[in-house]
Design a protein. Structure first.
Length: 153
């Protein structure tokens, strides 16, 4: 994918009840939790509105794969969600391995000295997981660009 600098990205942690969202800064460098939305029939239009309003150039959706890399029932649910969302958007939608993101989100929240009450807030965990998914994508994309730039003479 040709992901350029000065491009905002949206990260999505899909859940059957809630969807955690994260946005990158305009340079596409740092991901932060944005908000949590309820999973409903209007979720596709809501995400499309965010993509337009925030000038998002790429959407990154966490794909839950098993430790062995295989699909599960949840994986198929995310793939169906992704297919429907792609029909609503005019920007690339990519899938990013999300193994361990919920655990990483909890670990990060503990490191940030959040209270137990804050850590029990499922929406906050979903936002943090979306930020971790998005940051993983941004880091990998930056590494690919650096490799391509260093490979050219």
């Amino acid at each position: 994918m040709n992901f350029t600098r000065l491009t905002r990205a949206l990260g999505i942690d899909f859940g059957s009840r809630r969807i955690g969202l994260a946005l990158s800064d305009p340079s596409g460098t740092i991901a932060t939790g944005y908000k949590t939305i309820e999973c409903s029939g209007s979720v596709y239009d809501e995400i499309a509105g965010i993509v337009k309003d925030k000038d998002v150039a790429v959407v990154v959706i966490g794909l839950p794969v098993s430790l062995k890399g295989g699909d599960s029932r949840k994986t198929e649910e995310v793939r169906r969600f992704t297919a429907k969302l792609k029909k609503k958007l005019n920007v690339p939608v990519v899938l990013q391995d999300e193994r361990f993101t919920s655990k990483d989100a909890m670990t990060t929240m503990i490191a940030m000295n959040t209270t137990r009450k804050q850590r029990r807030d499922k929406g906050r965990i979903d936002e943090m997981a979306a930020a971790i998914i998005l940051q993983s994508f941004l880091n990998a994309e930056r590494n690919r660009q650096n490799e391509n730039n260093h490979g050219r003479v």
